[in-house]
Design a protein around this ligand. Structure first.
Ligand code: SF4
Length: 227
């Protein structure tokens, strides 16, 4: 696995990114509400990642049609789940929404029957994976925006040997660190504004949010969304 030697100098300090994002999201939450605050935060994360990626040697190996990492467990924040559900309601046919609910429910049940360690090697395809592409790319979770690799071999090996948790990932440290810092800042801002900031497993949260319209209302009232 290779990591870019050029990546680290491009990354601003972790705490600085977190503080800046916290302040920006807090201001947006106050002025515009959570959907716009989240969308603006995602745009900033993509812009920062794009800037860092443009400095990498070797360049990123990630491209459309490469989906090894879309078989790993994904953690999401409540606001991300409700943004995704809004996108699904607007873009997916009723039949596709039902199929999505069925898959997410099945995946959630499978994962819930496993230990945390077993979950890491379950290799379940993300319910949004279609023809090896993300069908919700514009609203994909922050975690999916954070993981980028310069060598696809490690991603493929992790998929083909899911029990082997010792495989070193080929992720780009600067992108992982800055992405996590950004995510932390956004999460802090939502929590400070009184929103539920509990991390959720994507399939389980999706199944609840698709089936229970009250989940979003609970979230918007500052209550636990997924009960
Ligand atoms: S949401 Fe999209 S990018 Fe994230 S794991 Fe699912 S298919 Fe992959």
């Amino acid at each position: 696995m290779t990591h870019s030697r050029d990546a680290r100098p491009a990354a601003a300090p972790f705490a600085e990114i977190t503080q800046r994002e916290d302040a920006l999201v807090r201001a947006d939450l106050k002025a515009h509400g959570w959907p716009r605050a989240l969308a603006a935060s995602q745009q900033r994360q993509d812009a920062m990642a794009g800037l860092i990626a443009s400095t990498l040697t070797p360049p990123l190996a990630c491209k459309a049609g490469c989906a090894w990492c879309c078989h790993f467990k994904v953690e999401v924040r409540p606001e991300e789940v409700f943004q995704i559900v809004g996108h699904v309601r607007a873009k997916f046919s009723p039949a596709r929404q039902q199929a999505l609910y069925d898959t997410a429910s099945r995946n959630a049940a499978t994962l819930q029957a496993l230990t945390p360690t077993q979950q890491l090697s379950a290799n379940l395809p993300c319910p949004f994976l279609q023809d090896s592409q993300c069908s919700i790319h514009a609203v994909r979770p922050a975690r999916c925006r954070t993981l980028h690799a310069t060598d696809v071999a490690g991603c493929q090996q992790a998929y083909e040997e899911p029990q082997n948790l010792a495989i070193p990932p080929s992720l780009v440290p600067a992108l992982v660190l800055t992405g996590e810092a950004h995510l932390q800042g956004a999460r802090q801002a939502f929590a400070e504004a009184g929103y539920d900031d509990g991390a959720q497993e994507l399939n389980a949260a999706l199944a609840v949010a698709l089936a229970d319209g009250r989940a979003k209302r609970r979230f918007e009232k500052g209550k636990k969304a997924f009960v």
